[in-house]
Design a protein around this ligand. Structure first.
Ligand SMILES: Cc1cc2nc3c(=O)[nH]c(=O)nc-3n(C[C@H](O)[C@H](O)[C@H](O)COP(=O)(O)OP(=O)(O)OC[C@H]3O[C@@H](n4cnc5c(N)ncnc54)[C@H](O)[C@@H]3O)c2cc1C
Length: 427
């Protein structure tokens, strides 16, 4: 039984790795010249650096066992990291009760309420139908109008745009479970490329095939067609592509069979600054109402230490792939965002700026999404879907992609076991 996996990001790689190890014939097809998807990297001096900031969390219950299997778990360097906050141009640490008491971006009463509710928030959400509750309704009710307006709307709205209030409260609740202000975070020695390389080596050593620069142009019922016309027939096809991209590739027979759910996706524009000096020392600093287009700063130094004597800081703006910013020239964004970074950190000693963008990061989930979430198996076809639309309510991350890959590959291995070698069901 032959499986074709479309997409060589972490999800596709993890599916192919599982299938190859289980002795199932598998071919992975990646459109670009590089494996890793959103976790890809670019060469810098004598090393590789991620295009988009990435870190591992100690709660990554699917990713960490995979790293174990690859012999890489001990290569993760763990550090305790902190959070800052920039509001109206003012810098605040945002990690302890004392920090909150000094957080003058909110009035005294709101600070106390913020602290008390935040401590209880995870518990307050338990047993509630948060998937059917708008985030805005939930948070306004608990924290009050001012905290919603001054803090949450700009803070989390940066991820989903104006629609943030409409995203199910369940998404936020899950996110709070994964991330905390003061958090131990991990980063693999040698970067994420080490994980990608190890997955490729594992797939190939178990007889699987990995092809880069192999974009799937047409998805048929039991075949895919590559740019250039090559056709590959398969008993199972796993697509890790965002649903809009998959729809574009589907042929006339497959189009009506694909999930009809219509999701808007957020993309991202992100700039990596190579600096001669660190900025704040916080890993994560949201930036609110401070005259910048980017919504946050992620400094890697607290996690990785200086890299070749330099400090890496990412700034990011989640945005629609149709937005004017997404279409703008990289050098123009780099110049403007350098000025904006300097307005926050006047001494910022910028050596280089690299701008990267990705059109599909994750869907903007609608309220009640659990009832509309497409199935992994597309009924009546050999197609399985393993996309960011399927990881909800988990947060989009390498961890949730690996969890989904585990689910999908188990289905394939189970069906393969019930088939004879010529593809017929075993009675
Ligand atoms: C700015 C940013 C920061 C993030 N930070 C973190 C973090 O700290 N920790 C964390 O765990 N996660 C983080 N993530 C999320 C994480 O990167 C994603 O959830 C994960 O990489 C998704 O993997 P995937 O394989 O599902 O999709 P993708 O990585 O998008 O992979 C899809 C692959 O399919 C390929 N493809 C597309 N079209 C075709 C085609 N027609 N034929 C063949 N191949 C095709 C693409 O080239 C791509 O390689 C972050 C993401 C972003 C953007």
């Amino acid at each position: 039984m032959r499986t074709v996996v479309i997409g060589g990001g972490i999800c596709g790689l993890a599916v192919a790795h599982r299938l190859a190890r289980a002795g199932t014939e598998v071919t992975l097809l990646e459109a670009s010249g590089q494996l890793g998807g959103l976790g890809t990297f670019f060469p810098w001096r004598d090393r590789w650096i991620e295009r988009f900031y990435h870190c591992v969390m100690p709660t990554d219950e699917n990713l960490l066992p995979l790293l174990d299997e690859l012999g890489l778990r001990d290569d993760v360097r763990w550090e305790r990291t902190s959070m800052g906050m920039i509001v109206d141009g003012r810098h605040y640490p945002f990690n302890s009760a004392l920090d909150l008491l000094r957080f003058t971006a909110l009035g005294v009463v709101d600070r106390v309420r913020f602290g008390a509710v935040s401590v209880l928030l995870r518990r307050l959400g338990k047993g509630k139908d948060l998937d059917n509750l708008r985030t805005e309704d939930w948070l306004r009710g608990l924290y009050g109008d001012r905290v919603w307006q001054n803090l949450f709307a700009p803070l989390f709205g940066s991820k989903f745009g104006a629609a943030f209030g409409d995203v199910p409260a369940l998404y936020l609740w899950q996110r709070l479970g994964r991330e905390r202000n003061v958090a131990v975070r991990g980063y693999p020695r040698g970067g994420y490329k080490t994980i990608i390389d190890a997955l490729r080596a594992s797939i190939e050593s178990h007889g699987g095939v990995v092809r880069t620069s192999a974009p799937v142009r047409v998805l048929g019922r039991n075949h895919v067609e590559l740019a250039g016309g090559e056709t590959i027939v398969a008993d199972r096809i796993v697509s890790t592509l965002p649903l809009p991209a998959l729809r574009q590739a589907a042929d006339a027979e497959m189009t009506p069979l694909l999930p009809q759910v219509n999701l808007r996706y957020q993309g991202v524009v992100n700039a990596l600054f190579v600096l001669r000096q660190p900025l704040s020392g916080h890993y994560w600093t949201p930036v609110l109402r401070s005259g910048t287009e980017f919504d946050g700063v992620v400094e890697m130094t607290p996690l990785t230490g200086p890299v070749d004597g330099r400090h890496l800081a990412y700034v990011m703006r989640y945005t629609d792939r149709e937005s004017p910013l997404f279409a703008e020239d990289e050098s123009v964004i780099a110049a403007r965002w350098t000025e904006q970074l300097r307005s926050l950190h006047p001494g910022a000693d910028v050596e280089e700026v690299h701008v990267f963008r990705a059109p599909f990061v994750e869907p903007v989930y609608p309220v009640g999404y659990l009832a509309q979430q497409p199935e992994v198996e597309v009924a009546g076809t050999p197609l399985l879907l393993a996309t960011t639309a399927h990881v909800y309510p988990s947060v989009t991350s390498w961890n949730s992609s690996v969890g989904l890959a585990n689910r999908v590959s188990e289905i394939i291995v189970r069906t393969a076991a019930s088939m004879s070698p010529d593809g017929e069901p075993v009675p």
